[in-house]
Design a protein around this ligand. Structure first.
Ligand code: SAM
Length: 305
């Protein structure tokens, strides 16, 4: 045996053994635990350990989480914490943590708070001077970004856009406005399958025919990543109804648009992609100029042809 490497039980353990001990003593008041996004085997050992140690697991839907917890033989008490009761539950939860209770927060899938409940609890826990920690793990947005084949950084995660056509287009136009002001990021969106075709059609008209990826059912049996232009993806999902859970990744603005700094250049780029109203709104947002002035200039440019 190598004398140098021999470890006496009375010595401090090697640092790579510390995280397990740290999890047990003392546990933070609140631990955010990421759980699988489809494949139940994607729960980490440390996640399982924390979920087995806390007094209570706060979960979005106790029935959904029961499947995961049963699979991993975790028998801790579960309480539902969702969008509709989070605010009202805060005083009771903070009081319990101050009395020494330890909570884990999980969502139905993936990383809590990411398009999921929990932000208000984290904020209140921090404000109460209590400790918050996390066990990282699956997240659909980051997995889709890495599988998309599109530049991984900078990236802008917007989550779900508004479901209605007008509001969705306005949200996309605002992002386009940010691009015209210099943002050069890959975009990551969550979308429901029944809205995918309409989403892609809007994205195509606002962002143009740039590269994108539709990532479906990640980590599950029918996982699929379809990489193509927004135009081709829009045509495909207009013809074929999408199923399952979906992340849409849209590549950054093209090189040809990077130099579009002046009002006129920005407007020309925007007018090639959008209606005059959307283009004026996007450029006004990007430049900080009054909407009326930008709209008037857009009409002039259209007249000039
Ligand atoms: N907190 C989760 C996370 O960390 O990814 C996201 C929760 S959000 C309510 C649910 C959305 O995430 C789905 O509608 C879908 O857009 C995306 N999503 C979740 N699981 C997915 C999967 N396995 N494949 C593709 N998208 C997924």
């Amino acid at each position: 045996m190598n004398e140098d490497k021999a470890q006496d039980a009375t010595e401090d353990p090697p640092t790579d053994a510390l995280p397990r001990a740290q999890i047990r003593e003392p546990l933070p008041s609140l631990v955010l635990v990421s759980t699988p996004i489809g494949n139940l085997q994607d729960l980490s050992d440390r996640a399982r350990e924390v979920l087995s140690c806390v007094n209570v697991i706060l979960c979005e839907d106790t029935r959904t989480s029961a499947v995961l917890l049963r699979t991993h033989n975790i028998r801790q008490k579960c309480i539902a914490l969702h969008e509709h009761n989070e605010e009202a539950a805060l005083p009771r939860l903070i009081e319990a943590m101050q009395a020494g209770q330890r909570f884990a927060l999980i969502s139905d899938a993936g990383t809590p708070l990411v398009s999921d409940p929990g932000y208000r609890l984290v904020r209140a826990t921090i404000d109460a001077g209590l400790s918050v920690s996390g066990v990282p793990g699956p997240n659909a947005a980051v997995l889709a970004l890495t599988l998309s084949g599109l530049p991984p950084q900078p990236f802008l995660f917007t989550g779900f856009l508004p479901p209605r056509h007008g509001a969705r287009r306005a949200a996309m136009a605002a992002l386009r406005g940010a691009e015209l002001a210099g943002l050069n990021a890959t975009h990551v969106f969550y979308e429901a399958p029944h809205r995918l075709a309409a989403f892609l059609t809007d994205a195509m008209s606002v962002f143009g025919p740039r590269p994108a990826a539709v990532c479906r059912e990640l980590t599950k049996h029918f996982e699929e990543v379809r990489r193509d232009t927004l135009a081709t993806l829009a045509a495909h999902y207009t013809a074929v109804q999408a199923r399952g859970e979906i992340v849409v990744v849209v590549g950054p603005a093209g090189q040809d648009e990077e130099g579009a700094k002046s009002l006129e250049e920005s407007l020309r780029v925007a007018l090639a992609r959008m209606s005059v109203k959307d283009a004026a709104a996007a450029v006004a947002a990007a430049t900080g100029l009054p909407k009326k002035q930008v709209y008037k200039r857009a009409l002039e440019l259209l007249d000039q042809g």
